[in-house]
Design a protein around this ligand. Structure first.
Ligand SMILES: *[C@@H]1O[C@H](CO)[C@@H](O)[C@H](O)[C@H]1NC(C)=O
Ligand SMILES: *[C@@H]1O[C@H](CO)[C@@H](O)[C@H](O)[C@H]1NC(C)=O
Ligand SMILES: *[C@@H]1O[C@H](CO)[C@@H](O)[C@H](O)[C@H]1NC(C)=O
Ligand SMILES: *[C@@H]1O[C@H](CO)[C@@H](O)[C@H](O)[C@H]1NC(C)=O
Ligand SMILES: *[C@@H]1O[C@H](CO)[C@@H](O)[C@H](O)[C@H]1NC(C)=O
Ligand SMILES: *[C@@H]1O[C@H](CO)[C@@H](O)[C@H](O)[C@H]1NC(C)=O
Ligand SMILES: *[C@@H]1O[C@H](CO)[C@@H](O)[C@H](O)[C@H]1NC(C)=O
Ligand SMILES: CC(=O)N[C@H]1CO[C@H](CO)[C@@H](O)[C@@H]1O
Ligand SMILES: CC(=O)N[C@H]1CO[C@H](CO)[C@@H](O)[C@@H]1O
Ligand SMILES: [Zn+2]
Length: 880
C-alpha cells in the first residue's frame, strides 16, 4: 500500500558521478540513490522491548533505462514496498524478485521499463521492522550499569563496512553519497543523537518524542548512525565555531574534560593544516559501552569508553591512546567522510591519512606525550615492515569483489600503518610545503565527492628535477604492489658507494618475487654531510636501477647510516665494514637511528643475510646507555623473542636478563616519558618470562613480576571473543606470565573449544584471533594453536581458506624444532585440499631450512653468549 505524499518536493536530479568500478556482487549502475528519508521508532528501549519499526523513502535517479531496482537488505522484515515517479506521484507496479539472506540483495522488478528521459527520478518507500541485536553489527543494543547497578540499555550502530543494510534497506556501497533526513521516535526521557544536529523535537501524546535531525551533507551509508541512550554530555565550541560534544553514561560526567579538550585542540589543528572546514556544525564523540574500538561516523563518532572517559589520574599511556584515537577519528571527518574512497579497494586513502594525521596532530598538540619521530617508528614503521614481509596485499586492492568477510580483512596493518608510512615518506621527499598544498588541493577539489588514488596523485603540483620521479610515480611504486625492498650498501673506495635493491622476503612460502623494484628515496647520515640528507632524499634509486654507484658527502672514517630517520619504507643491509663501523659508533648515534639499525639487523639475521652475532654485539653496545626506542624494537617478539625461542639456552636467558636489568635501571626513575613507560611494560613482560629460572636474584625485591593468577576458562573465552584488542592483549599478558609447566595451555584449549562449540566467533575471526595469539608469544601459544587446529573439520576452514592459509603461513615461520615441524606438516597434509598445490613443499622447505640454520648457528651463538660480559654482569650482581 502506498501513502501519497508531497511528490513534487525535491525531485530535481543532482548527480554525484560514480566511477565505473565493476566487480562481483556490486550493485548495478543504472539506478543511483540521491536522498533518504529515514524514520525509525524504538520506543520500548527503556522497557526491555528491543523491536523497532521503520520506513525509508529513497529518491533514486534512473541513469539508464531498466526494469529493475536493486539494493541491499539483510534481516529487516518488509511490510510494504511502493514505487512512484517523483515528478507526479504515479505509482509504478512491481514484483519482488529476490530477498534472500545469502545474496543480501533486494531485487525489485518493475512491470514497465523505467526510462531515464521520462521518469528521471523515482521514490522507493519501504516499511519494515526489526529487532536490536546484541552482536555489535547494524542497529544494535548494548548496556551499562546505572544507579544502583541497574542495567541501562543503549541503542547504537556499527555499519562499517557493510552493516547499514542490517538496519534499513539501502544502497550499501561506499561509491554512493546521498543526503539523509532522519527522524527517530523514542522514549521522551532518552537522549537521541545522529549525524546532524537536531532540527525539531515533537512531543507525542503517549510520552514519546519524535526527534527530527537536519539534512546531512552527501554521505555514505556506512557513516550513518543513531544513538538512543540515557546519556549525559559536555560541550564546548571550537575556535572555528563547531560545537564539540562528548556523550557518555551519567556516572562518567566528571571524567570527560580531557577528551573534550583534546577533541577541540585536535580539530583546530586539523582545520589549520588542511584549510578545510568540517562540513557539519557539530561534532560529537560518544563513549559506547563495550564498543571495542572506534568508528568515525560523521558528526557522531563512536568510541570504546576507555578512549573518552579519563579520570584525572589516568596513566600517560591511556591519555596518549585517547589522543591518538580521537585524532584518528577526527582526521576521518575529512579523510573518508568529506572525501570518501569510491570503493573498499581504496580504503588506504582514508585509513592511511587518518593514521598519518593521528600522530601529526597528536605530536603537534601533545609533544611531550607523543614525540613524532619515535612514536611513528614504534607504532607504524616497525609493525608495517614486519607485516609487509609476508605475501599479503598491495595498498590498492583491485579488483575487489563485494564480499564482506574479504573486505573486512583489509582493515589491517598494511592498510593503516603502511599507508601512513608511505604518506610520510612522500611528505619528506617532496617537502612539507608541497605535500600540504597537495593535500589541501585534494580536499578542496573533492569536497563531498568520492575518490580513487588517481585523484590524490593529480592533486600534487611539484616542480620536479629531471632525475626525480613524479609524485604519481612515487605513489604507484609503493601502492600498486605488495612488499618493499632491502637496499644493500657497499662502500667502495673513498666516498663512493654502491647501492642495490631487491625485494625483501621473509622466506616466502609462496612464489619468490625477484623482479619488483621501487623508486627509493635515499637519505643518509654521515658526520661530514651535516644533516643535509637525513629527511630529504640525496637522490632516488629508480625502478630501473637494480644497482647504482654514487659519491656521497663523507670521509673514509665516517659512519654511514642510510635511511637514518626511518622515513623510507625499506630495510638496509651494509657490507661487513659498514656494520663494523656502525657497531663501534652505535652509542653516539641518535636513538631513532639505533632503533632502525637494530631492527634491520635482527630481521636480516632471521632471513640469514647477516649473522646474529651482529645483533648481539649491538645489544651489548646499547646496554651501556639504554634508551626506550631501540629497546622496544629489539625486544619485539619477532626480534629477540625469536632468537630466544630458537636458542632455548639458559645461558642466553641469563644474558637477556642482564639486558632487561639495564632497562629497569633506566626506566626506574620517576617522570617517565610515554616510551619509557612502554619500555618498562615490555621489561616487566620479559622479566616474568625469564624470571622462572632466576627468580631468586637480589633484584627480586625491587622488580616484582606481574600478578599471575590462574585464569578461569570463562574469562579466557570472554577476552578472546572481545572486539577490543586491548582486552585480548591483557589476556595474553596474563597467560604469558604463568609458569610454563602450569595448566595454562589447556585453559586456552578449553576456551578455544568452547568458542567453537558455541559458535561465538566466525571461523574467519577465530583465525584472526589465533594469529594475534601466536604473534604475541609464539613459543607459548604455537603448540596449543596447532593442537586446536588439528581438531577443526574441513567444512569450517574451507570457506575462509585464505585466512587459514595466512595462519598456517605464520605458524610455518615460527616453527623452531623438529617435533613441531612434524605436527605442522601433518596438519598441512590432512588439510591439503584447501591449500594451494605448492604450499606444502614450500612450507616444508622453510621449516627444514630454519631447523638446519638452527643446528649451524646455535653453537656459535652459545659461544658468543658465553664469552659476553653481559651474562657475567648478571651473575656478579645476582649472587652478591
Ligand atoms: C555500467 O556497468 C556496465 C557493466 O556492468 C558497464 O559496461 C557500463 O559502462 C556501466 N555504465 C556506466 C554509466 O557506468
Ligand atoms: C533516564 O534517567 C532519568 C534520570 O535518572 C530517569 O528519570 C529516566 O527514567 C531515565 N529514562 C530511561 C528511558 O531510562
Ligand atoms: C520511558 O522509560 C522509562 C524508564 O524505563 C519508563 O519508566 C517509562 O514508562 C517510559 N515511557 C514510555 C512512554 O514508554
Ligand atoms: C514513516 O512513518 C511515519 C509514521 O507513521 C510517517 O509520519 C512518515 O511520513 C513515514 N515516512 C515515510 C517516508 O513514509
Ligand atoms: C614532513 O616533511 C617535513 C620536511 O619537509 C618534516 O619536517 C616533517 O616532520 C614531515 N612530517 C612528518 C609527519 O614526518
Ligand atoms: C673510485 O671508484 C669509482 C667508481 O668505481 C671510480 O669512478 C673512481 O675513479 C674511483 N676513485 C678512486 C680515487 O679510486
Ligand atoms: C665531524 O665533523 C666535524 C666537522 O665537520 C669535525 O670537527 C669532527 O671532528 C667530526 N667528528 C668525527 C667523529 O669524525
Ligand atoms: C663518527 C665517529 O664517531 N667515528 C668513529 C667510529 O668508530 C671508529 C672506530 O671503529 C672511530 O675511529 C671513528 O672515529
Ligand atoms: C579441510 C581439511 O582437510 N581439514 C583437516 C585438517 O587436518 C585435521 C587434522 O590435522 C583434520 O581433522 C581436518 O579434517
Ligand atoms: Zn580509521
Amino acid at each position: 500500500m502506498c501513502i501519497v505524499m508531497l511528490w513534487l518536493v525535491l525531485c530535481s536530479v543532482y548527480l554525484v558521478i560514480v566511477p565505473v568500478v565493476t566487480a562481483n556482487g556490486r550493485l548495478p549502475n543504472n539506478t543511483l540513490p540521491l536522498h533518504y528519508d529515514l524514520h525509525l521508532e524504538a520506543t520500548g528501549l527503556g522497557l526491555h522491548d528491543y523491536t523497532y519499526r521503520g520506513n525509508v523513502s529513497i529518491r533514486i535517479a534512473i541513469v539508464s533505462d531498466t526494469n529493475e531496482v536493486v539494493l541491499h537488505n539483510v534481516g529487516n522484515t518488509l511490510k510494504s514496498i511502493c514505487l512512484r515517479r517523483c515528478r507526479d506521484g504515479e505509482e509504478i507496479s512491481h514484483q519482488l524478485l529476490e530477498s534472500e539472506p545469502a545474496s543480501e540483495l533486494l531485487r525489485i522488478r518493475t512491470d514497465r521499463i523505467l526510462r531515464r528521459a521520462d521518469d528521471q527520478v523515482i521514490t522507493l518507500t519501504i516499511v519494515f521492522h526489526n529487532t536490536l541485536g546484541k552482536d555489535r553489527m547494524g542497529f544494535y543494543r548494548t548496556q551499562y550499569r546505572g544507579a544502583k547497578r541497574i542495567p541501562m540499555a543503549v541503542a547504537t550502530t556499527h555499519f562499517q563496512p557493510s552493516y547499514a543494510r542490517l538496519a534499513f534497506p539501502c544502497f550499501d556501497e561506499p561509491g554512493f553519497k546521498t543526503t539523509f533526513q532522519i527522524t527517530i521516535v523514542a522514549n521522551g526521557s532518552h537522549l537521541v543523537a545522529s549525524n546532524a544536529p537536531i532540527a525539531t523535537v515533537t512531543w507525542l501524546q503517549d510520552g514519546h518524542k519524535a526527534v527530527r535531525f537536519e539534512r546531512t551533507p552527501p554521505m555514505q551509508t556506512y557513516l550513518v548512525t543513531f544513538l538512543i541512550a540515557n546519556f549525559t554530555s559536555v560541550h564546548t565550541a571550537s575556535p572555528s565555531g563547531v560545537e564539540i560534544g562528548i556523550l557518555a553514561p551519567p556516572k562518567d560526567k566528571k571524567s570527560l574534560q580531557f577528551s573534550l579538550q583534546a577533541a577541540t585542540t585536535l580539530l583546530s589543528s586539523l582545520e589549520e593544516y588542511t584549510g578545510q572546514s568540517l562540513g557539519l556544525q557539530k561534532l560529537d564523540h560518544v563513549a559506547i559501552p563495550q564498543f571495542g574500538n572506534a568508528m568515525e561516523n560523521w558528526g557522531l563518532v563512536a568510541y570504546d569508553e576507555q578512549f573518552l572517559v579519563l579520570s584525572a589520574k589516568a596513566h600517560r599511556l591511556q591519555r596518549a591512546q585517547a589522543v591518538l584515537t580521537i585524532g584518528h577519528e577526527t582526521a576521518h571527518q575529512l579523510f573518508g567522510n568529506l572525501v570518501g574512497p569510491a570503493w573498499w579497494s581504496y580504503l588506504w586513502l582514508s585509513e592511511g591519512f587518518a593514521t598519518y594525521f593521528e600522530l601529526l596532530l597528536g605530536a603537534d598538540a601533545y609533544p611531550d606525550l607523543l614525540p613524532l619521530e619515535e612514536s611513528f617508528a614504534v607504532r607504524h614503521m616497525h609493525p608495517a615492515l614486519m607485516a609487509d614481509a609476508y605475501e599479503q596485499h598491495p595498498l590498492t586492492v583491485e579488483p575487489l569483489s563485494a564480499n564482506t568477510p574479504e573486505i573486512e580483512t583489509l582493515f589491517d596493518t598494511i592498510t593503516y600503518s603502511k599507508a601512513g608510512c608511505i604518506l610520510r615518506m612522500i611528505n619528506c621527499s617532496i617537502g612539507e610545503a608541497a605535500f600540504q598544498a597537495g593535500v589541501q588541493n585534494y580536499l578542496e577539489q573533492h569536497r563531498n565527492g568520492i575518490v580513487t588514488p588517481e585523484d590524490l596523485y593529480a592533486s600534487f603540483f611539484v616542480q620536479q628535477r629531471k632525475d626525480t620521479p613524479t609524485v604519481e610515480q612515487m605513489f604507484r611504486s609503493w601502492v600498486d604492489k605488495p612488499g618493499y625492498p632491502v637496499v644493500t650498501v657497499e662502500r667502495l673506495n673513498g666516498s663512493f658507494v654502491r647501492f642495490r635493491q631487491q625485494r625483501y622476503h621473509n622466506q616466502e612460502v609462496t612464489t619468490q618475487d625477484i623482479t619488483s623494484r621501487w623508486f627509493i628515496p635515499i637519505t643518509y647520515y654521515t658526520n661530514s654531510s651535516l644533516g643535509q640528507y637525513e629527511y630529504q632524499p640525496a637522490f632516488w634509486m629508480k625502478e630501473t636501477d637494480q644497482e647504482l654507484v654514487i659519491q656521497l658527502e663523507m670521509n673514509t672514517r665516517d659512519v654511514l647510516v642510510v635511511n637514518p630517520r626511518q622515513i623510507g619504507f625499506y630495510r638496509v643491509e651494509y657490507d661487513e665494514r659498514g656494520w663494523n663501523s656502525i657497531v663501534d659508533n652505535l652509542t653516539t648515534l641518535p636513538s631513532i637511528m639505533q632503533a632502525k639499525l637494530i631492527d634491520d639487523a635482527f630481521v636480516l639475521a632471521r632471513a640469514g643475510l647477516v649473522g646474529y652475532e651482529l645483533c648481539l654485539e649491538m645489544l651489548q653496545e646499547l646496554a651501556t646507555s639504554p634508551d626506550p626506542v631501540p629497546w622496544l624494537i629489539a625486544m619485539a617478539e619477532e626480534n629477540i623473542g625469536y632468537l630466544q625461542r630458537v636458542l632455548q639456552s639458559a645461558e642466553f636467558d641469563r644474558f637477556l636478563t642482564g639486558f632487561v636489568g639495564e632497562m629497569f635501571d633506566l626506566a626506574g626513575n620517576v617522570g617517565r616519558t610515554l616510551l619509557q613507560s612502554q619500555a618498562l611494560d615490555v621489561a616487566y613482560d620479559w622479566w616474568s618470562r625469564l624470571a622462572a629460572s632466576f627468580i631468586e636474584s637480589k633484584r627480586e625485591s625491587s622488580i616484582r613480576p606481574r600478578a599471575c593468577l590462574p585464569t578461569p576458562v570463562q574469562e579466557v573465552v570472554q577476552a578472546l571473543v572481545s572486539p577490543d584488542d586491548h582486552v585480548r592483549e591483557r589476556l595474553f599478558a596474563r597467560l604469558k606470565c604463568l609458569p610454563k609447566q602450569s595448566n595454562e595451555p589447556s585453559v586456552l584449549l578449553l576456551a578455544l573449544n568452547r568458542i567453537r562449540a558455541a559458535n561465538l566467533l566466525t571461523p574467519g575471526k577465530l583465525f584472526a584471533v589465533l594469529e594475534s595469539l601466536i604473534k604475541s608469544d609464539p613459543g607459548r601459544f604455537l603448540p596449543p594453536t596447532v593442537q586446536f587446529l588439528s581438531s577443526i573439520p574441513p567444512e569450517e576452514a574451507g570457506p575462509v581458506a585464505d585466512r587459514f592459509q595466512r595462519l598456517l603461513n605464520l605458524i610455518v615461520h615460527e616453527v623452531t624444532d623438529r617435533r613441531q615441524a612434524a605436527q605442522v606438516r601433518k596438519l598441512m597434509v590432512k588439510n591439503s585440499s584447501i591449500l594451494p598445490a605448492n604450499f606444502l613443499p614450500h612450507a616444508s622447505t622453510v621449516m627444514t631450512s630454519t631447523i638446519s640454520w638452527h643446528m649451524k648457528q646455535v653453537p656459535k651463538l652459545r659461544e658468543f653468549v658465553h664469552d659476553s660480559h653481559m651474562a657475567s654482569i648478571y651473575e656478579r650482581e645476582g649472587h652478591q
